[in-house]
Design a protein around this ligand. Structure first.
Ligand code: PMP
Length: 424
């Protein structure tokens, strides 16, 4: 029966039972973390052998003869450009391999466009005082942090099961001060949604008023499938080629959730025009990124097929964790009418909508009971979830046992918060 259909007495009785449950849990002084999409130690172990690849005895030359121990090759060694190109489904000439973080490359890209025109005849973005950025919601808090830092007014665009509301996007880009849009097209952070073919085609077909409108295509989860029956998205560059918009997208990815977060390899892909501007900055910024790490990655995987085989091992570790989250939500909350959630086929998150007006309270109650969740509202620009309902659950890090306990606590807290709200 739905909580909405309970009588006041039934709700009060249920609340006191739930509080008893939570109070018992608090006595145990539990400390569990489901706040960020961090791989678990056993996932990290999958890549430890990569650390044995380069020793003092190793030949550290790239295939073109570059000595990876020395300076040089600003945009990455050829074999790593090829590997990352295959990850993104582009050609190596479109790729720049950077340092250890794709978020850093995104930040750098926006920073570049703030100070230098994206393309001829347009002002640097810092000269556009009322600059705006489209932010599909719920979205990735660190994206929003970047555009907030650079003074963009962030415009939330609701997502449904196909991706961002394209009717709204098509309308908004008529404004020349709208300079770009964040996209996590596959297994979106946090919703787990992959953009439908229609959405990708409509993005590719956009006719923005701003000639320097850029789509930040953060393909962070492009090969992060949980099952063999996985999502596929259209290739944004192929679609933009057809629509004459090849300069619009800039794609990013990294091996942070393939090998080691913080010690992986990040890459970006863009058209020749964009790359000329981007590399014009990088060549002043860095004489060359960590080629030994690039070499290590290439030798570890061999090629994209090796990398995909490695991703299956991640999936085997992650899948039971997602199952625990989904089973616990299903068993404890489905019939109470207080929750909606996705069933992602990849990525790192389960995105939950608790009863409107209760997300902050759920996160607070969980914290008091020892479970740390991503802050409520974090998935919206300025931390402002207008419904106060969205919560991102990151199941990757805790052990299976801890995750089950954390989910029991989460479900109890979601029920308490819902009953308090309905009683208010
Ligand atoms: N983009 C998205 C959508 C993410 O979820 C994350 C976090 N894993 C990142 C970027 C950060 O990636 P990186 O470690 O390459 O900076």
């Amino acid at each position: 029966m739905k909580y909405q259909d309970y009588s006041r007495e039934q709700r009060d009785a249920e609340l006191s039972t739930l509080w008893e449950g939570i109070n018992k849990i608090k006595e145990k002084n539990i400390k569990l973390n489901m706040a960020r999409g961090v791989p678990s130690p056993d996932q990290l172990d999958l890549s430890r052998k990569m650390l044995d690849i380069l020793t003092s005895e190793s030949d550290c030359h790239a295939e073109d003869g570059t000595d990876c121990c020395n300076y040089g090759v600003m945009d990455g060694i050829p074999e790593c450009k090829k590997l990352m190109a295959d990850v993104m489904g582009v050609t190596p000439d479109m790729v720049m391999v950077g340092g250890n973080s794709s978020l850093n490359m995104m930040f750098d890209t926006i920073a570049l466009f703030m100070t230098h025109p994206v393309t001829g005849g347009t002002p640097a973005w810092s000269l556009v005082p009322d600059r705006k950025f489209l932010c599909p919601v719920p979205g990735y808090d660190r994206h929003f942090g970047v555009t907030e830092y650079f003074g963009f007014q962030m415009i939330p665009v609701p997502m449904d099961e196909n991706g961002p509301d394209m009717e709204l996007v098509e309308e908004l880009v008529k404004d020349p001060t709208v300079k770009g849009m964040w996209c996590v097209p596959k297994y979106s952070n946090p919703s787990g949604i992959s953009y439908s073919d229609e959405v990708v085609r409509r993005i590719a077909a956009l006719q923005p008023a701003a000639a320097d409108f850029r789509v930040m295509w953060d393909n962070a989860y492009c090969i992060h499938d949980l099952t063999d029956d996985h999502d596929e998205i259209l290739n944004i560059f192929e679609e933009c080629e057809k629509t004459g918009n090849i300069d619009m997208p800039i794609e990013f990815c990294s091996t942070s959730k393939i090998t080691f977060p913080g010690s992986g390899v990040a890459a970006m892909a863009a058209s020749a025009n964009n790359m000329a501007v981007i590399k014009g900055k990088y060549k002043l910024q860095n004489i060359g990124y960590d080629k030994l790490n690039m070499l290590r990655h290439v030798r570890f995987f061999g090629d994209i097929e090796g990398m995909k085989a490695h991703m299956k091992k991640h999936a085997e570790i992650l899948r039971p964790r997602f199952e625990i989250v989904l089973n616990k939500l299903g068993e404890n909350l489905d019939e109470l009418g207080i929750i909606r959630y996705n069933r992602p086929r990849g990525g790192y998150f389960v995105c939950v909508d608790v009863l409107d007006g209760t997300a902050k309270r759920v996160v607070e109650l969980c914290k008091e009971a020892g479970v740390n969740l991503t802050g409520a509202g974090a998935t919206y620009p300025y931390g402002n979830d207008p419904h106060d309902s969205n919560i991102r659950i990151a199941p990757s890090f805790p052990s299976l046992e801890d995750l089950a306990s954390a989910m029991d606590i989460f479900c109890l807290c979601a029920r308490i918060a819902a009953l308090e709200k309905l009683n208010a």
